[in-house]
Design a binder for this molecule. Sequence first.
Ligand code: PGA
Length: 247
Amino acid sequence: MPDTPPPRKLAAGNWKMNGLGADLAEARALAAAHAAPEVGVLLCPPATLISRMAEALAGSAIALGGQDCHAAAKGAHTGDISAHMLADAGASHVILGHSERRADHGETSAQVAAKLRAAWAAGLVGIVCLGESEQERATGRTLDVVGAQLAQSLPEGAHAANTVIAYEPVWAIGSGHTPSAGEIAEVHAFLRAHAPDPGITLIYGGSVNPANAADIFAIEGVDGALVGGASLKAADFGAIIAALRVS
Ligand code: PGA
């Protein structure tokens, strides 16, 4: 596909179960510092903050995302949130299949695929997370694991405009440990080769911070980052975005 445009660079902040109204100040500070970034910038706050953050960021170049959605558009699912609700609150993206959802809620790749279809139906871009555990890497099964997750989590119809893939080794999340540049490059090359669309944006996640961001963005095949802890403060996330802009 020679006409495929290059993947869009993306810095996505995953606030996880962090953030109260007072923390909207961080989002405002980020928007003020990055008025017109050439790279995509996304904040995924807890669902309780999405609509307030949408108001706070109105007119800015920062997009909003949810952290999960239900596979159904609506119905009797107490405590769940549909993709349409996220879109209605102001989100354009949703993270799906994060390893914390897979571990804490037993989410399977088949469920992730169903959620991704629901996200598309609501007009959202799905950010599908996949990655190996420490033991899977230690036993040489990394590519088998991420290959199976990729095949099972992406239904037919995934392409660069509706799906982002985030490679997040489970052992790197929140640990301060990151894979070597060679290890990240190997997995990203594998994902690029097996993705349904070679133009899909492929981001890395797991202990990305202002100190290591430039090195990670220099790795072949890395189009950006999914950032947890370091996305909570505008100064830290802003430094990561700045590193992506010049990468
Ligand atoms: P971390 O989280 O940056 O805090 O390691 C990344 C993620 O879970 O998306």
